[in-house]
Design a protein. Structure first.
Length: 582
């Protein structure tokens, strides 16, 4: 670019800075850069300058002068070196600006925001017009404490993700900002896509951080292959990728599937196969917002919605999600105190033996009654507790409460139905789970045969040695093991044969589809037959009609649970219906 043209660009200081492309370039410089107004107040700082000084751009721009960062004593004695002449005349902005100052830097000491000192090399140029009026300052700052290589490190860290080599968060945010600026001019939309790996706890259990890194690295490799022209892939956080796509508002089904498959590919780690889940959330400019923070926030909402529906799914932002997200924040705030505030109770739903009419089993279901939120469904707060790492505390409370209640019934009537508690896969991955169950039984003096753990098929997918071992020890102790919601997921009997399971619960969706002439009956019948061949007890869940109850009895199903027989009951009501049996 000819020098005049360059200068006339620089003359329009404001538009120069407003141009997102130029800002991007200055931001990406591997040394500290700043621009000040004639009073020496910052009007632009780049990322390395923020890192060097410890101040954020917000704290610097419009707030501090570049002189205020200098160590005061040195500043007093050497002020002339950087002294700025007062601005006297109004300047015609058409005149070119000339940078004036030393070509090489001088050594100074900066006072960082935390009060510490950092030696720097500062090259400061005054921007003057033809009458030598100061129009501003441009400074380049190097950290003298480190080597040249280290100067580049903060830049690297900020702009590149060190593990995957992909652009980092700062870079991606600027890329998005630039895309939005361009879109404003061209009218073309921009789509922000977030791709997150989750449920990494078992990956960590198996191989620690090394295994997690391997999973993330592989996801980065495959995701990179998914990118086409106009799409930029980067890294926002440890396990969260971002893709900025220009010229589109939606991900088509094929791309959604490709991204999910790329991110959640199984990884071989030593002798283990690691499975991860991925979710995708997307928000588009201008529909979901007109700046980077809005688009990011809404893409995160879409991502959370995808995650909450079980993962391995993509969601686009919808305005309903905003409501859901404020509810979620409320739930997050209150959930942590639910146990201590005695807001939790267990209700018990009988599983009626279809031959004898006796209640051989009952399921304990958690209830949360909050003074402000009212009754919150476990389907809503259990996944949240899992995400927030509170499921172990909640699970421990459920375990103890169920043992206490079963022990009470056993003492009162001389026996108790076997009480099933729902156990989240995360709880089973806790190496102390067996110990917790054993202690709870001992504490409440409950024979193990009166307790059962209900696990979902999801657990079967990542059956680590630890989990298998826990289940085997529980069974050996005499605790029942039930597979919950059977028939919805992979429903593989080959998995079942490997697990020490003695009770199978057929999912409500199969049961409620049972009506005259429906084709779900042969499926239910086959499940019952196979379960019996494996010596398992079978319960059908969600039995709501007489027809279903009758057909299930004819098909040989052992027990039925559902509204046709009883809704979940309070502990007291549950005891009352057991009385005649006592
Ligand atoms: P789930 O284990 O499949 O529990 C059965 C759910 O079906 C219960 O909902 C129950 O009230 C409901 N249900 C029972 N009979 C019928 C029926 O005839 N028709 C219909 N439409 N529904 C019926 P609930 O209590 O809202 O629990 C929802 C889910 O929350 C449970 O599904 C379970 O996955 C989870 N959950 C409940 N309590 C706990 C707990 O203590 N710990 C854990 N980890 N999860 C729990
Ligand atoms: Ca259950
Ligand atoms: Ca169930």
């Amino acid at each position: 670019m000819p020098i005049d043209e360059a200068n006339s660009r620089a003359d329009q200081t404001v538009s120069w800075l407003d141009d997102a492309a130029w800002r991007l370039a200055a931001q990406a410089a591997p040394c500290g850069l700043f621009v000040c107004n004639p009073d020496g107040i910052f009007i632009f700082v780049n990322a390395v300058f923020e890192q060097l000084t410890g101040y954020s751009a917000d704290q610097l721009i419009g707030e501090l002068s570049f002189e205020s960062l200098h160590e005061p004593q040195a500043l007093m004695s050497r002020r002339l070196e950087i002294r700025r002449p007062a601005m006297t005349t109004q300047v015609d902005s058409a005149h070119p600006l000339t940078p004036v100052g030393p070509a090489s830097g001088t050594d100074w000491t900066y006072l960082k925001s935390d009060g510490s000192h950092v030696p720097v090399k500062l090259t400061l140029n005054r921007l003057v017009d033809e009458k030598d009026n100061t129009r501003g300052y441009v400074g380049a700052v190097f950290d003298n404490a480190g080597s040249a290589h280290e100067h580049a490190r903060p830049w690297q860290l900020f702009y590149r993700d060190t593990l995957t080599g992909l652009p980092g968060r700062a870079w991606m945010e600027e890329r998005l900002e630039l895309a939005i600026e361009r879109a404003k001019a061209s009218g073309e939309p921009v789509l922000l896509v977030l791709i997150e790996l989750h449920d990494l706890r078992h990956v960590r259990d198996i191989g620690g951080e090394a295994a997690v890194r391997l999973v993330v690295e592989q996801a980065a490799r495959y995701l990179r292959n998914c990118c086409t022209k106009g799409q930029t892939l980067g890294m926002l956080q440890d396990t969260r990728f971002a893709m900025v796509c220009t010229g589109q508002t939606h991900l088509d089904a094929e791309t959604q599937a490709a991204l999910l498959a790329a991110a959640s590919r199984a990884v071989q780690y030593e002798t283990n196969i690691l499975h991860v889940k991925a979710s995708v959330g997307a928000s588009a400019f201008p529909a979901a917002g007109s700046d980077v923070p809005a688009l990011l926030q809404r893409a995160v909402m879409a991502l959370n919605a995808a995650r909450q529906s079980g993962g391995n799914i993509a969601r686009h932002f919808e305005f309903d999600m905003q409501m859901q997200s404020s509810r979620r924040r409320l739930l997050e705030t209150y959930l942590g105190t639910a146990i201590d505030a005695s807001q939790l109770t267990l209700v018990y739903q009988p599983q009626v033996n279809l031959q004898s009419g006796h209640i051989d089993f009952a399921e304990a279901l958690l209830r949360w009654q909050h003074p402000v939120l009212g009754a919150v469904s476990p389907a809503e707060f259990i996944p949240l507790a899992e995400e927030l790492g509170q499921i172990d505390a909640l699970g421990a409370w459920v375990l103890d409460e169920a043992c206490k209640q079963a022990a009470r019934i056993a003492t009162k009537f001389g026996k108790s139905p076997r009480i099933g508690i729902n156990v989240s896969p995360l709880q089973l991955r806790n190496s102390e789970f067996f110990q917790m169950v054993e202690s709870a039984l001992k504490l409440r003096n409950l024979p193990p045969a009166y307790l059962e753990v209900e696990i979902t098929e999801g657990v079967l997918l990542d059956d680590t040695e630890l989990m298998l071992d826990t289940l085997k020890r529980l069974k050996a102790l005499g605790v029942g093991i039930a597979i919950d919601d059977f028939g919805t997921g992979y429903s593989s009997f080959s998995y079942l044969t490997r697990l020490p399971v003695n009770h199978l619960k057929i999912d409500r969706s199969l049961v409620c589809a049972m009506e005259p002439g429906s084709d779900s009956e042969p499926v239910v019948s086959a499940i019952v037959a196979m379960a019996h061949a494996l010596s398992m007890n079978v319960t059908a869940e969600g039995v709501e009609t007489k027809y279903q109850a009758d057909r299930l009895r004819e098909l040989g199903c052992d027990n039925a649970q559902g509204y046709w027989f009883s809704r979940p009951l309070s502990a007291a009501a549950f005891e009352n219906i057991l009385t005649p049996l006592g």
